[in-house]
Write a new protein. Structure first.
Length: 194
């Protein structure tokens, strides 16, 4: 049993460096995601301002007005899809909306990874140095114990930060995505009535 315990101890200690590297990678990804989130918010706000006047009207649906607004917009994925919907038949429109939905869900994958793996790696980074810290405490090596505890708490904080950024980004991006799908479905239905 002693050999198995030593083997597990060495394996878990060997995982510390990969866990810390992965946490630093996720931390950098979370910082980049914050910047992307700001850009996405601006794009969504501009889109709301431009299209809400045409799409959300209570009066008759006006394809010409929608095409006019579309011509003035930057050509992001939503705008390109909307332009294609205006010239496609029903089956093609349904296919394009479904593909857009899948593409956006794929883009949400990065936020999902941060949300799930931040706490997992943070917990691993906390527990791995605790063993050497306890060994240092029992042998009276307070400096070694303090260093290992420092690593443990730092990995916890970084893991929770990346998870929080991922969760917030996932929530916000998913709400933007649902709003876009509502508008696309509305336009799709209205084009059937034209």
């Amino acid at each position: 049993m002693h050999y198995l315990s030593n083997a597990m101890f060495w394996v878990s200690n060997g995982l510390l460096v990969p866990v810390v590297v992965a946490l630093l990678y996720l931390f950098i990804r979370s910082l980049l995601m914050l910047g992307t989130l700001f850009g996405t918010w601006q794009t969504h706000r501009r889109r709301q301002d431009a299209y809400s006047k045409v799409i959300s009207k209570e009066s008759q649906f006006d394809v010409t007005a929608l095409q006019s607004v579309l011509a003035k917009q930057r050509k992001g994925p939503f705008d390109l899809l909307l332009g294609t919907l205006l010239t496609s038949d029903r089956a093609r429109r349904d296919l394009l909306i479904g593909e857009y939905d899948l593409a956006v869900e794929h883009r949400l994958g990065a936020a999902k990874i941060l949300t799930k793996f931040g706490p997992i790696l943070g917990l691993m980074g906390t527990l791995i140095p605790m063993g050497p810290a306890l060994v240092g405490l029992s042998s009276g090596d307070i400096a070694s114990m303090a260093y290992n505890m420092q690593v443990a708490f730092a990995t916890t904080v970084i893991g929770m930060f990346t998870s929080a950024v991922g969760y917030i980004a996932l929530h916000i991006l998913r709400s933007y995505h649902h709003h876009d799908l509502i508008w696309l479905d509305y336009v799709n239905e209205k084009l059937d009535n034209e």
